[in-house]
Ligand binder design. Structure first.
Ligand code: ADE
Length: 244
């Protein structure tokens, strides 16, 4: 995958590409090109933004520097602008984008981006949540990380991606590690049983339970099979008994 990022502060992104994303770059699974928008000013002052027409606060990133910087990319592919006005990002979108070969991210700053650039070049606007960041750089890092996790070989254990929260519309359940007994708080017995079928059923029931408790909005959208409903009911009975 070729990932290009146009930003006024590319150094913000540089520092975030170390862990998982760094490994993907090392393994040549992803090629990352950071483009510094400041190098594409079209005036003697070196500025890349200007006051908004019609008045208002802040500065707007101009179409000319953005256009010039985009034109340096051989194959921009799918162009995404990170803004608080975009469609809210989720796991389905991460999986869809992970199938593309060329991606270009444009990070907004200041009061926004000249609408004509968005109209002419941007395929979609993405927001990472209903809050406002100082710029799109952190949002781009979040989106790129979430995309790369879904590409084969980026994560050592491919199956762990499929058990991630949100991978099938539900949250990942509880996990435990040694010791099996910490000051009387014990790991659920089934997990120590070695019975794979039972362990998998417990994991499924636990994940459904966690989703129902923590994200009823997601739970409502799940279409449970009869077996899943039975497992969840049994799990609910077990939890109730524990608290009675
Ligand atoms: N830029 C500023 N706020 C943002 C957000 N919530 N998502 C994406 N880009 C942004």
């Amino acid at each position: 995958m070729n990932i290009n990022v146009i930003s006024v502060f590319p150094e913000i992104l540089e520092s975030s590409f170390k862990g998982l994303t760094g490994k993907a770059i090392e393994k040549n699974i992803a090629k990352l090109k950071l483009i510094d928008l400041k190098e594409f000013s079209n005036n003697d002052y070196g500025s890349i933004d200007d006051a908004p027409y019609g008045g208002g606060e802040g500065m707007v990133l101009g179409i000319e520097p953005l256009e010039k910087s985009l034109n340096t990319i051989e194959k921009p592919g799918h162009v995404i602008c990170l803004t608080p006005q975009g469609t809210v990002f989720n796991q389905t979108k991460a999986v869809d984008l992970s199938k593309l070969k060329d991606l270009t991210f444009v990070c907004g700053r200041y009061e926004g981006i000249d609408q004509r650039f968005i109209d002419n070049y941007v395929d979609e606007e993405i927001s990472i949540g209903d809050y406002v960041l100082s710029g799109g750089e952190i949002a781009a890092s979040v989106v790129i990380d979430a995309i790369l996790r879904n590409i084969d070989d980026v994560i050592g254990n491919k199956h762990s991606v499929y058990r991630d929260s949100h991978s099938e519309g539900k949250l990942k359940g509880h996990v435990y590690t040694r010791p099996s007994d910490h000051q009387g708080k014990k790991v659920p017995e089934i997990l120590l049983s070695g019975d794979h079928k039972k362990v998998n059923e417990w994991k499924l029931a636990n994940s459904l339970w966690v989703t129902k408790e923590k994200r009823p909005d997601l739970f409502k959208q799940l279409q449970l099979s009869e077996k899943e409903m039975i497992l969840l009911r049994q799990y609910g009975d077990f939890v109730k008994k524990k608290h009675d």
